[in-house]
Design a protein around this ligand. Structure first.
Ligand SMILES: [Zn+2]
Length: 268
């Protein structure tokens, strides 16, 4: 199913000491779901990873008691724990509010990410790129992987920031052909209310993929479970490795740190 796993040789990962990658996500938990193994490997090979999370995920239905906290507060705590597990060097919260799904009243909230001036917010992210001297910005594909309005906004935000600074832009996606044959993915439920028939890209559209080692995959699982208000162990038990070991990226601009991560080969 995966061309990647059939490649005859995998060059050893480079030493990335002194290199920095900025990773932009929409909600707490997206960093673990879509880029957890990538972040862990970057950190393990010496790179500095700056994680930028745009919203507090305030509209995620909590699966645990809040114990006096708001959903946003709890999810921020979970994000801090996940970031620590993944080896993130700096966590930046943009402080926007979860916009919810298309048509929801929440999208009209003044702090909703979809109400933000994305060019202005991209300027903020671009300044961060410059301050951190990041060589690449990771965001999402043009559909926000599965169509959530906040994810589409993050696509634009990361893309604008990369353009403003002239850096390589990686866009996290998923290989829907691979996932079709894998176990249950959290996207399977997430995509249902979006009124889209599908998510991600097909294999031939994806130039870069990374396969987690067993150790990286275990850290990714722990990072996912750090988001206990959203992700329960039962949600991950079905063929976990097959479903979550690969992470996929589109790329605009020259190859950068991700292509130096050992098995993050160009596939097409
Ligand atoms: Zn999200």
């Amino acid at each position: 199913m995966s061309v990647l796993l059939e490649l005859p040789s995998r060059p050893a990962p480079q030493d990335l000491t002194g290199r920095t990658v900025l990773v932009v996500h929409a909600h707490p938990d997206d960093e673990a779901i879509f880029t957890g193994a990538t972040i862990r490997r970057l950190a393990d090979h010496g790179a500095r990873v700056v994680l930028v999370t745009a919203t507090g995920g305030e509209l995620g239905e909590p699966k645990v008691p809040l114990q006096g906290r708001t959903v946003g507060q709890l999810r921020t705590e979970e994000l801090e724990r996940a970031a620590e597990l993944l080896g993130v060097s700096r966590l930046v919260l943009l402080g926007r509010r979860d916009s919810g799904l298309p048509g929801w009243e929440s999208g009209r909230h003044p702090r909703a990410l979809v109400r933000a001036d994305l060019q202005a917010l991209a300027g903020t992210v671009a300044r961060l790129v410059e301050t951190e001297q990041a060589e690449a910005v990771i965001g999402y594909d043009a559909d926000g992987i599965y169509g959530h309005p906040d994810h589409v906004a993050v696509h634009l935000l990361a893309r604008y920031a990369a353009e403003l600074t002239g850096r390589t832009s990686y866009e996290a996606t998923v290989d829907r052909e691979h996932l079709h044959f894998a176990g249950a993915h959290v996207l399977d439920d997430a995509v249902k209310p979006i009124a889209r028939p599908t998510y991600g890209r097909v294999t031939a559209e994806i130039p870069v993929a990374l396969a987690a080692t067993p150790a990286e995959l275990e850290v990714k699982r722990q990072a996912l479970l750090a988001h206990a208000s959203q992700i329960t162990p039962e949600m991950l038990s079905d063929r976990f490795a097959e479903t979550y070991e690969l992470e996929w990226y589109l790329r605009h601009g020259p190859a950068a740190a991700l292509e130096e991560l050992g098995n993050a080969h160009a596939l097409v």
